[in-house]
Design a protein around this ligand. Structure first.
Ligand SMILES: [Zn+2]
Length: 407
């Protein structure tokens, strides 16, 4: 391996007679770096993993995140090595050159175009997130149970409470949302069809969901005004002042809603949509964040439980009564990649995963005297804003590990 007039060969290659040839050992390490990055989404985590596996740099040293960035971003990985990408300027600083100064040497690719694009997407999303564009982060949506808004670190891809030091990884938050929202979608086949099958329809659905939330807010305002008038708390004149904007809002929102629903009816929907899980995994990170922002009002992070307040009216009251008609979401199976969360069995039935009764499971997930008010199994409740009752979801992994621990 070595440098020639062309400079040092990119990692994974060596110069031979003016051409770049694969260095198999380095190429294997570089390929592993791409695979690791796609699953770990962090340059420093890749560096650590490679160092742990004793796959070192060309000079036999530990990898740094900066070096990992270089081998992930250099297009030699897909067979195009650009020479003179940077040059030292008059001020002695190294800077990017214009395209005229560059030349390209073709070489044998190390990764597929698919792996390259996926990596580029993640890198781009991380750069965008670092700029803290509120549109592509979940900052402001995550609250700690102690009441404090959790601060978002794009660099570490996590949320942290400054008061009680609770942290939550962005990946974990996304995984919980995805598992949970997949369940929520079962009660909303239309929504799921729109999201999964057809993005145009999906956008209309999202607007409908938002408008339905405003509609219920106007209705609440109107009901509050009527109640105050009924108990004599306001004069007739004041009542009219309160009631009128609510009435107008209801009329306007209903009109917009019916227009959108007509528009939706005319939108072609996909015949055979993919499963929610596949769809979600295939999305670029920015799009995932936008979907979360469109449907989630607030995450509340507690110890071993996360509460998600959705912006979809009746998202879970429907679950006990409505049988899903179309089910683009694949049925769950119990494997290691099975559901993150499960629901309680119906009264009189046993849990399909554990064989436990509803009462026994309730005992494990709810604080009570028998568990000294510290439930051994993690769960979370899903409650709509303004609703009394929520659906409690049980963290399957937590339940399983509890059952294993008690034999
Ligand atoms: Zn806190």
């Amino acid at each position: 391996m070595g440098s020639t007039k062309q400079g040092q060969a990119p990692f994974g290659y060596r110069w031979q007679g003016g051409q770049l040839r694969l260095n198999e050992q380095e190429a294997a390490t570089r390929r592993t770096a791409f695979d690791l990055f796609i699953s770990l989404r962090s340059k420093s985590a890749v560096a650590r993993a490679l160092n742990d596996q004793k796959q070192f740099t060309r000079s036999g040293k530990d990898w740094s995140d900066v070096q990992i960035g270089r081998i992930l971003e250099c297009s030699s990985a897909i067979g195009r090595y650009e020479i003179n990408r940077t040059a030292v300027g008059d001020d002695g600083k190294r800077m990017a050159t214009g395209s005229a100064a560059r030349s390209v040497v073709a070489c044998e690719p190390i990764v597929t175009q698919k792996v390259w694009s996926r990596t580029a997407d993640i890198l781009r999303a991380k750069r965008t997130a670092r700029k803290a564009d509120p549109e592509v982060t979940l900052a402001g949506l995550v609250r700690c149970r102690c009441g404090i808004q959790m601060s978002h670190s794009a660099e570490r891809a996590e949320f942290r409470c400054s008061k009680c030091a609770t942290t939550l990884g962005l990946d974990d938050l996304e995984a919980i949302f995805s598992g949970d929202f997949g369940e929520t979608l079962k009660a909303h086949p239309q929504l799921s069809l729109g999201l999964v099958g057809d993005s145009e329809a999906g956008q209309i659905m999202a607007r409908i969901a938002h408008l339905e939330v405003s509609l219920s807010e106007f209705e609440t305002e109107r009901a509050a005004a009527e109640k105050m008038f009924a108990v004599g708390a306001v004069t007739r004149q004041r009542f009219a002042q309160l009631q009128q904007p609510a009435e107008e809002g209801i009329a306007r929102t209903q009109k917009e809603l019916s227009a959108l629903k007509r528009e939706l009816a005319g939108t072609p929907t996909a015949k055979d949509p993919p499963s929610w899980e596949d769809f979600w995994r295939g999305l670029p990170p920015e799009r995932r964040i936008r979907i979360i922002r469109a449907f989630v009002d607030q995450f509340t992070v507690g110890e071993g439980e996360i509460e998600i307040a959705y912006l979809i009216p009746d998202a879970e009251t429907a679950e006990d009564t409505v049988e899903p008609r179309t089910m683009p979401v694949a049925p769950h199976s119990v494997k290691t990649d099975g559901p993150v969360y499960i629901r309680l069995p119906k009264p009189g039935e046993l849990c399909a995963y554990t064989g436990l009764s509803r009462a026994k499971m309730n005992e494990l997930i709810l604080a009570n005297a028998r568990n000294n008010f510290r439930p051994p199994v993690a769960s979370k409740s899903l409650r709509q804003p303004g609703q009394q009752r929520g659906v409690r979801l049980i963290l399957l992994e937590s339940l399983m590990s509890y059952l294993h621990s008690t034999g």
